[in-house]
Design a protein around this ligand. Sequence first.
Ligand SMILES: Cc1cc2nc3c(=O)[nH]c(=O)nc-3n(C[C@H](O)[C@H](O)[C@H](O)COP(=O)(O)O)c2cc1C
Ligand SMILES: Cc1ncc(COP(=O)(O)O)c(CN)c1O
Length: 190
Amino acid sequence: MTDPFARFADWFAAATAAEANDPNACALATVDAAGRPDVRIVLMKEWDRQGFVFYTNRQSAKGRQLAHTPYATLDFHWKSLRRQLRISGAVTPVDAAQSDAYFATRPRESQLSAWASLQSEPLADRETFESRLAETAARFPDAVPRPPHWGGYRVTPDWFEFWEDRLGRQHHRERFDRAGDGWQLRLLYP
Ligand SMILES: Cc1cc2nc3c(=O)[nH]c(=O)nc-3n(C[C@H](O)[C@H](O)[C@H](O)COP(=O)(O)O)c2cc1C
Ligand SMILES: Cc1ncc(COP(=O)(O)O)c(CN)c1O
């Protein structure tokens, strides 16, 4: 199979069937303005041939890092399957219509949190956050609009690596590199 998206569909379906929770959880690696790496878990919410989308606060540490260096690597580890998948490429913001559509599917509490949380900024105490949540709830008694600073990012892959555990650490690694309109598949030593 030399189509990494078809392979992704297979592996993601298997992970969805096998994992106890969050088969869409992946580590998101970014680079800060000083060239230092950073990493945290996000949930991959949408994907197609254009790439893999997660949602966050664009003013967070990761948002600032992506504004400065618009590249990222995602790393899924499906423990029950003993599989790892890395996906790396350029990152672009998801457009307003798609971000609005996703935001509208979230529970009200999560929507309020997106307004009330100054994600990654220091928080003096828990009460400060709770009073910001209460103010936001009063401000939006009905539908909660998407905050302008909250939205999706799409990682458009230029490579994938599908890693599978084998006995004796003789693992199987398949690396797909973008090559013109298609993909070049090579094995890597474990
Ligand atoms: C399982 C799991 C899923 C998460 N999903 C997201 C997510 O989709 N978006 C998000 O902004 N933060 C998510 N978080 C929180 C992030 O890991 C992180 O704490 C937060 O985004 C701030 O990261 P930053 O300071 O590097 O920007 C998740 C955490 C866990 C443990
Ligand atoms: C702060 C934050 N933002 C966004 C998400 C994405 O998931 P959801 O849209 O389902 O809340 C998560 C998931 N843990 C999260 O913790």
